[in-house]
Structure formats: structure tokens, C-alpha cells
Design a protein around this ligand. Structure first.
Ligand SMILES: Nc1ncnc2c1ncn2[C@@H]1O[C@H](COP(=O)(O)OP(=O)(O)O)[C@@H](O)[C@H]1O
Ligand SMILES: [Mg+2]
Length: 272
């Protein structure tokens, strides 16, 4: 790739969205999203509810296909990859969905073992060992035989993370990982995201509107509004909240902001 990526903090690009557009029933949600997640970084996408954060994540793992623009994984164009191609690509991703999305009727052990059994043909002892390691990484050693109903919300979330790291992903995607958690458990999730980055060198994309989590984990922050990334910078540069778009988001006046000049120009041209 000979394109210049001035926004990248140094590492090589792992996930890139280039001018991604997506509409549902003619209602545009993404209107040209550009972002680059660099290797080893934790990249946080902020945005109001319904702004398209989950839609962005779903483009990164082929759960949605862009109407226009490109999606790259490293330097591979995966925009219109076949489902078969995605099965291979997704092995490198761990996804923590909104809500823990555990199988209620399966034990914690079987939940974490699930992706291993799906994708690998490991002997049982190897599966057990991997499940133990993953549960220990999220601070939940010894709860293998419990079922999700016996766990607190925070524990369920961590089991979701344990399952997501079971195949040793290079990239972790977290969709609102602290929603519904009390502050202590939310902080724990933040520490876990950092720990996976530091110990395993995992690249992460975090979607949230939890500012405490955002400050705790982010290397870079992007703010999604009106279907575009309106701010993208190093977390340290945005920490003081002085950027006008960031401030509006933090003050909750974001959605009330008039569209940017560029958006207005586009609206106008689409009506001629
Ligand atoms: N599969 C879908 N079909 C139709 N509309 C969708 C679909 N996925 C998302 N949307 C719509 O796209 C918008 C953005 O959704 P989403 O990305 O989930 O928002 P959020 O930023 O809260 O994660 C919402 O208006 C939602 O209703
Ligand atoms: Mg969402």
C-alpha cells in the first residue's frame, strides 16, 4: 500500500475503513467513514446512540457489506469478500458483543470451549488447558462448571471476553463492553482491555459512550457524527475535551449541532 496514512500513530494498519457508506432502506447511516486502526493500538469509536458505531464494527468482520468505499484488513481488500473468505478472516478477530451473548444452557466451560471446538480439532486435554488459561486471564479461574444464570453481569461480560480470546485473536472488537455494569466491574473491563494489549499485543477497537472507559484504554479516539468521523486523534490530545466536536459530544449537545459545511454541501447536491 503506497497510500500515506498521516493519522496512524506509527504502527502498520490492521483495519482500515475508506469512505465507507451504508444505508438501510435508503436511510444513510454511514456517509463516508474513514478510519485506520494501527497494530497494537486500542482505537475507540465514540458516538451517540444510533450514530452507527455497531454498524462500523460489523463492517470490520463482514457482518455487513459496504454500499460504497473499501474495507481493508492489513492490506487485503475485504469489502466484497465471500462468506467463505470471511470465515478465515474472522478467526483472527475476537468479538465481544453488546450484551454478553453467552449460551445460557451451556456451562462457562462449554461457552469458552465453543469457538475452539468450532475451529480447531484439538484433543480434549488441550481444549481444557486453553479454557483454563482464558478464564485465568479474565480473573475467573475455577468457575468452569457454573452456568451463565449463576453469574453477575460483570462476570458474564468477562466470560464473553474469555470466549473471544480463546482462539488467540490478533484483533479484539468490543461493542459497548461496560454497558449495564457497575463502576467497579466497568473499571475491571477497562483493565482487562489494557492487559490484553500489553501482555498479548492485541489490537483493539472499542465502541462506547463510557468516557471513563474511553480515557482508561484508548490510544486513539474517533468521534462518529452524522455518518462520518468528525474527529480522530491521539487520546492524549483529546483528553482535555477542548476540541469543539468532543466538547459538544461530552455536553450532550452533539446531536443538536448543525451539520458541518461539507455535509450541507452534500445535502444540497443530492437534491439537484
Ligand atoms: N441490520 C440493520 N437493518 C436496518 N437498520 C439497521 C441495521 N443495523 C443498524 N441499523 C440502523 O442503523 C443505525 C445505527 O445503528 P447502530 O450502529 O447499531 O448504532 P450505535 O451507534 O448505537 O451502535 C440505527 O438507526 C439502526 O436502526
Ligand atoms: Mg451499538
Amino acid at each position: 500500500m503506497d497510500r500515506e496514512c498521516p493519522l496512524v500513530s506509527g504502527g502498520t494498519p490492521v483495519v482500515t475503513l475508506e469512505g465507507v457508506r451504508k444505508a438501510f432502506r435508503d436511510v444513510p447511516v454511514l456517509r463516508g467513514v474513514d478510519l485506520t486502526v494501527a497494530k497494537g493500538d486500542t482505537f475507540t469509536i465514540l458516538g451517540g446512540s444510533g450514530s452507527g458505531k455497531s454498524v462500523c464494527l460489523k463492517h470490520m468482520i463482514g457482518l455487513l457489506e459496504a454500499d460504497a468505499g473499501r474495507v481493508l484488513i492489513e492490506d487485503r481488500d475485504v469489502t466484497h469478500l465471500s462468506e467463505r473468505g470471511w470465515v478465515a478472516e474472522r478467526k483472527r478477530f475476537g468479538m465481544v458483543f453488546q450484551g454478553a451473548a453467552l449460551f445460557d444452557s451451556l456451562s462457562v466451560f462449554e461457552n469458552v470451549a465453543y469457538p475452539i471446538r468450532e475451529h480447531r480439532n484439538d484433543p480434549e486435554e488441550r481444549v481444557r488447558e486453553r479454557v483454563r488459561t482464558c478464564l485465568a486471564s479474565v480473573g475467573l479461574a475455577g468457575i468452569e462448571e457454573l452456568v451463565p444464570a449463576e453469574l453477575s453481569g460483570g462476570m458474564r461480560k468477562r466470560v464473553g471476553v474469555a470466549r473471544a480470546i480463546a482462539l488467540e485473536p490478533a484483533v479484539m472488537l468490543y461493542d459497548e463492553p461496560t454497558t449495564g455494569l457497575d463502576p467497579a466491574n466497568a473499571r475491571r473491563i477497562g483493565r482487562l482491555i489494557r492487559q490484553l494489549q500489553q501482555e498479548l499485543g492485541v489490537t483493539s477497537v472499542v465502541v462506547t459512550h463510557d468516557m471513563e472507559l474511553c480515557h482508561a484504554v484508548s490510544d486513539r479516539i474517533a468521534l462518529l457524527r452524522g455518518g462520518r468521523i468528525v474527529v480522530e486523534d491521539a487520546a492524549a490530545k483529546l483528553a482535555d475535551g477542548r476540541h469543539p466536536e468532543m466538547r459538544a459530544f461530552l455536553e450532550g449537545t452533539h446531536e443538536a449541532l448543525p451539520p458541518s459545511i461539507e455535509e450541507q454541501a452534500e445535502e444540497d447536491s443530492s437534491h439537484v
